[in-house]
Write a protein that binds this ligand. Structure first.
Ligand code: PLP
Length: 389
C-alpha cells in the first residue's frame, strides 16, 4: 500500500520549496510545534526541585521525556540525558570519560563519522596521552568492513565509537557486530545515532552498546540533543559540573537549567515516531528515495558517492556534477526552490577519504517523511539541466 507524504502534518514543509535538506534538520511535526507552544503558555515555566505545582510540572515533563525515549530506543533503564545538541553532550561525556584515560589507552573511531564523533574523542585522547585511530571504509562502496575495525582493536582499546548511519553518504554499519567485536576485546561502544534514529527503529538493548546519542531536530522535533548512557557507567562518571547540581543519574550530565519547552516538543516528536512506526516511515522514504538514487546514477556527468543500492543505508545521497563546484550546484538548485546542502556537512573524514574535501566535497540531498516523489522529480530534472549546461 502506498503511503501519502504526511505533508499536512508539517506546516514548515508546505511551501513551494522541495525540502531535501532534511539530513541537516527536519521541519517540526504539528504536535511537537503545539507542545512547545503549549508549554510556553501554560505557566509551568519554572525550574527543577521546587515546592509548587509549576516546579513539579517542570520535573514531570523531563520525566515524561525520559520515559518516551525509553520506549523509542528500548534502553534498559532511565538514563537519558537532555542537552542542547549531540555535539555538546559528546564533549561533556568525553571530558568526563577522559578523567580515566591513561597513556597508551586507545580509542577507535571510523572515517565514516560526523566530526562530533571524531573531534571530541581525538581531543580527549590527545590531552591524556591516549591514542585515537580511525577505521577506513571502502571509498568505492561506502561500506565499513568489520575487519577494518577489528584490525585496530588492541588490549588497550577503551572505546569504539561508530556512527549508526553516515550523515553524508548514508551507510549504516552493522552495529550489533561491531559492538560484539568491541566488547570481546574489552572495549565499550558509543554509537552516534543522529542520522540513524530518523530512519530505522533502534533497539539499544539488542545492540548492547554502552552509550548512544540522537538529536530530535533530525526527527521532526525541536533543536535538542539526547544522550543515553548505560546505567553503571553513568553512575561511575564524574562529569564537570557545578557543585549544587545533582550527582545522581542523568542530571549529573545536564549542566544548567533544562530547555523545558524543547523537552516538551521532544515528547511529542517521539510520540509521533512511535505512533507512525519508524520502520513504516522508512518504507515510505525508500519508495521516494529509490527513484532519486537510481535517477542520479543515470545522469551523465553525475558521480554518486557511497552505497549505490538501497541496502543498509539512510535515504541520504551525496553527489557531484562534473565541472561544477558543489556550492554552485546548491545555489542553482536554490534558484529553483530546491533546498540541499553542499560541502562536507561536518563529515570531514568521509570527504577526505573520498578525496573530495579539497574540491568542496559534495551536494547532499535527503528524503524524510514529508518529501514527495514530485520533489525528487524536480531535483532530478534540475540536476540533468545543470549537467548539460
Ligand atoms: C551523524 C551526525 N552526528 C552528529 C551530528 C551533530 O548533531 P548536533 O547538531 O545535534 O550536535 C550530526 C549533525 O548533523 C550528524 O548528522
Amino acid at each position: 500500500m502506498t503511503q501519502d507524504s504526511l505533508l499536512h502534518r508539517f506546516p514548515g514543509a508546505r511551501g513551494e520549496w522541495a525540502r531535501l535538506d532534511g539530513p541537516a534538520g527536519t521541519q517540526m511535526v504539528d504536535t511537537a510545534i503545539e507542545a512547545t507552544r503549549a508549554w510556553s503558555a501554560n505557566g509551568n515555566n519554572a525550574n527543577s526541585g521546587g515546592f509548587f505545582p509549576a516546579a513539579e510540572a517542570s520535573d514531570e515533563i523531563v520525566r515524561a521525556a525520559r520515559a518516551v525515549m525509553q520506549r523509542l530506543l528500548n534502553a534498559p533503564s532511565d538514563t537519558f540525558v537532555f542537552g542542547p545538541n549531540t555535539t555538546t553532550l559528546v564533549f561533556s561525556f568525553t571530558r568526563a570519560l577522559a578523567r580515566d584515560f591513561k597513556e597508551r589507552d586507545r580509542i577507535v573511531g571510523t572515517k565514516l563519522d560526523h566530526d562530533s564523533n571524531v573531534a571530541p574523542w581525538a581531543m580527549a585522547a590527545h590531552d591524556n596521552g591516549a591514542e585515537h585511530v580511525l577505521a577506513d571504509f571502502d571509498p568505492e562502496t561506502g561500506r565499513l568492513d568489520l575487519a577494518a575495525v577489528e584490525r585496530l582493536l588492541t588490549a588497550s582499546t577503551k572505546w569504539v565509537t561508530v556512527t549508526g548511519s553516515s550523515n553524508l553518504i548514508g551507510t549504516m554499519p552493522d552495529l550489533h557486530a561491531i559492538t560484539k567485536l568491541a566488547h570481546d576485546a574489552g572495549a565499550k561502544v558509543y554509537v552516534d545515532a543522529v542520522a540513524l534514529v530518523p530512519h530505522r527503529s533502534v533497539d539499544i538493548a539488542a545492540i548492547g552498546c554502552d552509550a548512544m546519542a540522537t538529536s530530535p531536530y533530525k526527527w521532526y522535533g525541536p533543536h535538542a540533543g539526547v544522550l543515553w548512557v548505560e546505567p553503571e557507567l553513568l553512575a561511575s562518571l564524574q562529569p564537570y559540573k557545578v557543585r549544587p547540581a545533582s550527582n545522581e543519574g542523568p542530571k549529573k550530565l545536564e549542566t544548567g537549567t533544562p530547555n523545558y519547552e524543547a523537552i516538551a516538543g521532544v515528547v511529542a516528536a517521539a510520540d509521533f515516531m512511535l505512533q507512525q512506526g519508524v520502520d513504516t516511515m522508512a518504507d515510505y522514504e525508500t519508495s521516494v528515495f529509490g527513484p532519486l538514487l537510481a535517477g542520479l546514477q543515470s545522469i551523465d556527468g553525475v558521480t554518486v558517492y557511497g552505497p549505490k543500492d538501497l541496502i543498509d543505508r539512510a535515504p541520504t545521497v551525496s553527489f557531484n556534477i562534473a565541472d561544477h563546484h558543489p556550492d554552485d550546484v546548491a545555489k542553482q538548485l536554490a534558484d529553483r526552490q530546491i533546498a540541499v546542502w553542499s560541502g562536507n556537512s561536518y563529515a570531514v573524514e568521509v570527504a577526505q577519504h573520498l578525496g573530495i574535501e579539497a574540491t568542496g566535497a559534495a551536494v547532499r540531498a535527503g528524503v524524510v517523511r514529508y518529501v514527495t516523489g514530485a520533489d525528487v522529480e524536480r531535483l532530478l530534472n534540475a540536476v540533468s539541466d545543470i549537467a548539460e549546461s
